[in-house]
Design a protein around this ligand. Sequence first.
Ligand code: C2E
Ligand code: MG
Ligand code: MG
Ligand code: MG
Length: 280
Amino acid sequence: QAKRKGKSDYVHFSPEMSEISHERLQLESRLRRALQQEEFELFYQPIVNTSNGNLLAAEALLRWNNPEIGQVMPDRFIPLAEETGLITAIGEWVIQQACQNAVTWKNQLGRDIGISVNVSPRQFRAAGFVTSVMNALSTSGLAAEFLELEITERLILDNSIETAQILQELDEHGVRLSVDDFGTGYSALSFLKRFPFDTLKIDKSFVQDVLKDPDDAVLVSAIINMAHSMGLRLIAEGVEEEEQVQFLQEAGCDCAQGYFYSRPLPAIEFSQWLDSYTSH
Ligand code: C2E
Ligand code: MG
Ligand code: MG
Ligand code: MG
């Protein structure tokens, strides 16, 4: 990563650097057209109760299908969407689409199912964010309590009054709030008390080594106990093996998500997964 240079320094551009920036510009111009050209798609991954296997919710995960470059994963385009501000419009589309799908599955299942949506910092702070969330709920007919917004610790770190206000407003509307990738940020744990969070999602980097690394096992157990004592719900991310589920169950972790249950699936396949999962 290039360090920011002082005014007196000048930067030598190597051919590799100009290639990188050309690639970036090309990606950016494609990203600008993506929404209008309907190139985005939401995949869904089930969130399951570890003790009885009941399906609780699904997390919406964004995919970008570009005719020239194929499927682009969020880690490659979300940061760019953040930098350019495109995330506001893209994120709005994501929330609308996710709410609509949640209503479809509710009808299919005959019972309510929650939907989790990732929200990035710039999208969260953009003017009218709360209004756009409320619009998505009223247009789709989804009750607020079935929508959960996933926010990373990074967002809370800014300590701003606006962040606190938006979180509070969303909470007052009945929308659920979760901390994503918990344990990877640097936040003081006191933020959990100060803000109206409902759920902690333990980052997959801890879950993945829980059987191999005693330190991670201790850490995960400690997070679970702490979260419970604060009345928070827990979701373990990145669960791939049955032994991990057993560990989590014994440690008292309510919910899990990961390839062990299912990979993220396109909406139609998720709906088929629902049918076969809930019929046995
Ligand atoms: P995240 O919210 O922490 O999502 C979980 C990621 O872990 C997803 O990657 C998911 O596919 C992956 N995953 C799930 N189960 C397993 C498992 O068992 N093993 C492993 N190794 N990985 C697993 P994905 O879909 O590539 O998304 C990456 C990140 O991009 C997300 O992390 C989230 O931060 C961001 N993202 C995705 N969709 C959106 C969106 O609509 N808006 C925003 N702002 N960010 C999004
Ligand atoms: Mg997430
Ligand atoms: Mg609440
Ligand atoms: Mg995560």
